[in-house]
Design a protein around this ligand. Structure first.
Ligand code: HEM
Length: 484
């Protein structure tokens, strides 16, 4: 009896050991042992699941960087580790130098997002072009998205929505879930910037379709009824039709010189021409709008939300930020209505507040894939493996930022830190073209919030979770009150 029990335990240990090693044997075996350097330290986890369970545990713990910190404490602070995530053998890089090396070397590292993201982004999107076409498109969209004139033009559109929404929040006179409300306002802001004024029915159709669309971006690319990706593809087809009809309407108006009011991003993309006088095709514009919406919507909504929450939790920073905004309004000539880009450029402290928020709360990882076997810091990254450029860990590493958990906008007084270890918008040819626009949206939210409102959270200790972004368990239940 005792012997049988011992055999059972030994058998269990063997099965555990076998399955725990299976991924390593499979993937390392496929490399054929011909590389000059060893793989980075780490392990490839369980067959099929890899290390996903550990990652999900870290995301649910509210500290997603604990996944990388655990690797560092097990394998040493090499800043480069092997793992297996989202169904792929992967390499994590998490030092400023390694992150930049990967992001700025397009010959060796290509984009590494899931197949679903490419299929949903569209044939003419930035994600599915040749490098030369990518460069051309980036030149064409630079001014419409981030150009000085465009930003100045977008301010008025953003202001109206922000002012009205904050007023509505305060008039509720009771706590509400701040997170979904901020997302809704940001969606309104982005719709107005991207497409101008649209009817209520177009707005709601776009909103609902877009929700289905973005759910599919990181899903398994299975185009069968019942799967998230299938629903997202259907939403994409309908969204394309909606955007095409808006484009057609704009073209008709432009031809008959009926353009009333401010221009929007679509108008500017329709007008854009490259050095050879070539314009963007409608498919380019539609795919660009869809990708930009996906890239910019959640991140800008969470950005505004967390900047307000961090300021509320830090009275000294809140006081300083408010004083700066009050001062700007005091200096404003009585003839000027609303904010100007010149004023926004003077908001030195608020800019630091936003950078500090971006450092603490930004996309954790950027995905790449090795095009060839690469030697890096004495290790091999095998061809075809994914690379997770884990900028979140760089931003929260005490070697790069003193007391990284603290929200301390004044740390940015020392500008030197910024260049080396700050990558909220990525780096290299794929770095975010919408960074200035995102900062503009967040600045306008903060400006009007700081002037007139305060936030009172119901459960300030509600635990943080990373699901579709950094969010508290109670969806940030809070009351917005007017400052009297
Ligand atoms: C706080 C807000 C934002 C953050 C933190 C953010 C972050 C990023 C990052 C890290 C990348 C690089 C991805 C990579 O290298 O694979 C990126 C790319 C991109 N972002 Fe943003 N973004 C924000 C807002 C926006 C906005 C408002 C827009 C709208 C125009 C936008 C449009 C894009 C596009 C089109 C790309 C793809 C660029 C390419 O592949 O060439 N983003 N973003």
């Amino acid at each position: 009896m005792e012997l049988n029990f011992l055999w059972l335990i030994a058998g269990g240990v063997f099965v555990f050991w076998f399955f725990r090693r299976a991924n390593e044997w499979y993937y390392v075996g496929r490399m054929g042992g011909g590389t000059a350097y060893p793989l980075p330290p780490g392990d490839l986890g369980w067959p099929f699941f890899g290390n996903m369970l550990s990652l999900l545990k870290s995301l649910r713990s509210g500290d997603p960087n604990s996944f990388v910190n655990n690797l560092a404490s097990r394998y040493g602070k090499t800043g480069i580790y092997r793992t297996h995530l989202f169904g792929y053998p992967s390499i994590i890089v998490c030092t400023p130098e390694l992150c930049r090396r990967v992001l700025t070397n397009d010959d060796t590292f290509g984009l590494g997002y899931p197949k679903s993201a490419y299929l949903l982004a569209g044939r003419k999107s930035l994600h599915n072009t040749t490098p030369a076409e990518h460069r051309r498109l980036r030149r064409l969209i630079a001014n419409p998205i981030n150009g000085h004139q465009a930003l100045a033009m977008y301010i008025e559109n953003i202001e109206d929505i922000v002012i009205n929404s904050l007023d509505e929040f305060a008039s509720m006179n009771k706590p509400f879930e701040f997170c979904p409300e901020m997302k809704m306002v940001t969606f309104k802001v982005m719709t107005k910037i991207f497409m101008g004024s649209v009817s209520d029915s177009t707005f709601w159709t776009t909103h609902n379709l877009y929700n289905d669309f973005r759910m599919g971006l990181m899903s398994m690319a299975i185009d069968l009824p019942g799967f998230t990706f299938h629903k997202a593809l259907k939403a994409r087809k309908k969204l394309v039709k909606v955007l095409q009809s808006i484009l057609d309407g704009k073209r008709v108006k432009a031809k008959s010189n009926q353009h009333e009011g401010k221009k929007d991003l679509m108008d500017l993309l329709l007008e854009a021409e490259d050095e050879d006088g070539q314009k963007l095709e409608d498919e380019h514009i539609i795919d660009m709008i869809l990708v930009s919406f996906s890239a910019g919507f959640d991140s800008s909504a969470f950005g505004s939300l967390w900047a307000i929450v961090y300021l509320t939790e830090n009275p000294e920073a809140l006081k300083k930020a408010k004083e700066e905004q009050d001062e700007i309004v005091k200096r404003r000539p009585s003839t000027q209505k609303g904010l100007s880009l010149a004023e926004i450029k003077q908001m030195e402290y608020l800019n630091k507040v936003i950078d500090e928020m971006l450092r603490k709360t930004n996309p954790l990882s950027i995905f790449r894939e090795a095009k060839v076997d690469v030697s890096i810091n004495g290790y091999t990254i095998p061809k075809g493996w994914k690379i997770m450029v884990w900028t979140g860990a760089v931003h929260m590493d005490p070697q790069n930022y003193e007391d990284p958990q603290d929200f301390n906008p004044s740390r940015w007084d020392n500008i030197k830190t910024k260049a080396a270890a700050f990558m909220p918008f990525g780096a290299g040819s794929r770095s975010c073209p919408g960074g200035d626009l995102a900062k503009l949206i967040i600045t306008i939210f903060l400006h009007y919030f700081l002037l007139n409102y305060k936030l009172k959270r119901v459960n300030p200790k509600s635990p943080l979770r990373y699901t579709q972004g950094p969010m508290t368990d109670d969806n940030c239940l809070a009351e917005v009150k007017k400052i009297l």
